[in-house]
Design a protein around this ligand. Structure first.
Ligand code: NAD
Length: 437
């Protein structure tokens, strides 16, 4: 066995703050409240329902992850968030239409008490929506200071030991890395000068890191992956990670594609289309926000299939992704995949997947796990990019020059081996020879 890392115990309450209090955030908060009350189960959450094998298969040691690690208890969590709309979490959850009114009524009081703080928002970066609950400030730096003040107030008012932030706000328009994103000095200068290449998501990330609060980015836009913020996170010893919660169609892709590759089945086409009718769908109806999402969704197959190494099987793959805003569906998205594969002697076959999924139901457990694991990582002294949490993201953030791992099963192995490593347990290699000696 290795040496166990020193992990600061959970001494008191954890605050989870979400920029954005829409469908995902309120489904997440409601789920935690319902679980606490015993009227719901946290299905899909690795921290709450997952197990981890320790030692040999013959050892029969497979504890629950929450019993193996010193994670925050669900009863010790407080919530806060920011939004451009003034709806409290109950009103917003009703509006999102994800959860039944019956369930929401039973947690109504707690939800109503969670009122969004005024947001840092700029219509240039999210074109389809606008709202009244927005902070005012002379420049980005002043707005970052206001977010920092909100964090401190929340911590004091709720008597919190620790806080984490998970971005659950709308997808911002596509942005390439610019010189202002490259260094902390350039970025801070840009904040003061209201640089046009800085967006609200970066302002929240900056504020969190400066307050030594772990930050995870659930949307695909450029945020804590700006090099300046990676550098700042290392300096301030804060864990960060992103981006874009891996749910729905991309989750299916990263489950299916590793299987095709494992069996050396060729692929020459993968057409994915979606219809969804929630506010996220409306925002993504804007081509510039969709571009951000498209880049995030397209990269997945390339890194799983490695067409440069497997030219004959994957070198000629036509991959297309479409998102169509279709209000009647609300949060219940339908994602179709048509997959053209080929096998022995090049004979073609087709696979059709029709996933009638619920986006926020798939995203909520990810928010919870990320919040708990980010808090755990900080207590374990980890900082900077948390690549071991790639499991949760469509475009996992990695060090510059390092390609991300997209295969869901490799991601899970990586995550669990990191936990074993931190807790001083042997890593599991799946070699298996010891059973036959
Ligand atoms: N649901 C999923 O499966 C899934 C998967 C991957 C990523 N995401 C991303 O998660 C995010 C949230 O999704 P959702 O379905 O809850 O969307 P939503 O539209 O219901 O909620 C987003 C909320 O963010 C608010 N907002 C926008 N800009 C803001 C800002 N600058 N500060 C504070 N609040 C702001 C909006 O008013 C809205 O209430 C989106 O970016 C979406 O792309 C969702």
């Amino acid at each position: 066995m290795g040496e166990k890392t020193t992990i600061r115990p959970t001494n008191g309450k954890l605050g989870i703050m979400t920029p954005g209090m829409g469908a995902v955030a309120t489904t997440f908060i409601s789920g935690v409240l319902a679980t606490r009350k015993g009227i719901g189960r946290p299905i899909g959450s690795l921290t709450q329902m997952g197990t981890i094998r320790l030692g040999k298969r013959t050892d029969n040691r497979t504890p629950m992850i929450k019993d193996f690690l010193p994670l925050a208890d669900l009863n010790d969590i407080e919530f806060a968030g920011w939004d451009i709309f003034t709806d409290n979490a109950y009103e917003s959850a009703l509006h999102a239409g994800v959860l039944d009114k019956d369930l929401l009524t039973q947690i109504r009081e707690e939800l109503e008490a969670i009122r969004p703080m005024p947001a840092v928002f700029d219509h240039r970066f999210v074109k389809k929506i606008d709202g009244p609950n927005v902070k005012k400030g002379a420049n980005w730096m002043e707005l970052a200071d206001q977010i920092r003040a909100d964090i401190r107030r929340f911590k004091k008012e709720k008597n919190l030991d620790r806080v984490v932030m998970v971005w659950c706000a709308s997808t911002e328009t596509y942005m390439e890395r610019k010189p202002v994103h490259e260094t902390v000095a350039a970025f801070e200068e840009g904040l003061k000068k209201n640089d046009e290449n800085i967006t609200p998501a970066m302002v929240y990330a900056y504020a969190a890191i400066k307050e030594r609060i772990p930050y995870a980015n659930g949307a695909p836009n450029l945020s804590c992956d700006a090099p300046a913020l990676v550098e700042l996170a290392r300096e301030m010893r804060v864990p960060i990670g992103g981006k874009d919660f891996k749910t729905g169609q991309t989750l299916m892709k990263t489950i299916l594609a590793p299987g095709f590759k494992a069996r050396l089945l060729g692929l020459n086409g993968w057409f994915s289309t979606n219809i969804l009718g929630n506010r996220d769908g409306e925002v993504l109806d804007d081509p510039e926000s969709f571009k951000t999402k498209e880049v995030s969704k397209l990269s997945v197959l390339d890194t799983i299939l490695q067409p440069k190494i497997n030219e004959e099987l994957y070198g000629n793959l036509y991959h297309k992704v479409r998102i169509n805003y279709y209000p009647p569906r609300g949060d219940n998205k339908e994602g179709w995949d048509n997959i053209d594969i080929f096998g022995w002697l090049g004979y073609p076959m087709q696979i059709k997947v029709d996933f009638l999924c619920r986006d926020s139901i798939l995203a909520a457990p990810i928010v919870l796990d990320l919040a708990l694991f980010m808090d755990f990582a900080q207590r374990a002294g980890m900082s900077g990019i948390q690549e071991w949490l790639s499991f949760y993201f469509k475009s996992p953030q990695t060090a510059d020059g390092l390609y991300p791992e997209h295969d869901l099963f490799i991601q899970l192995m990586k995550l669990k081996n990191n936990l074993r490593h931190l807790m001083g347990e042997d890593l599991i290699t799946h070699l298996g020879q010891e059973y036959y000696a």
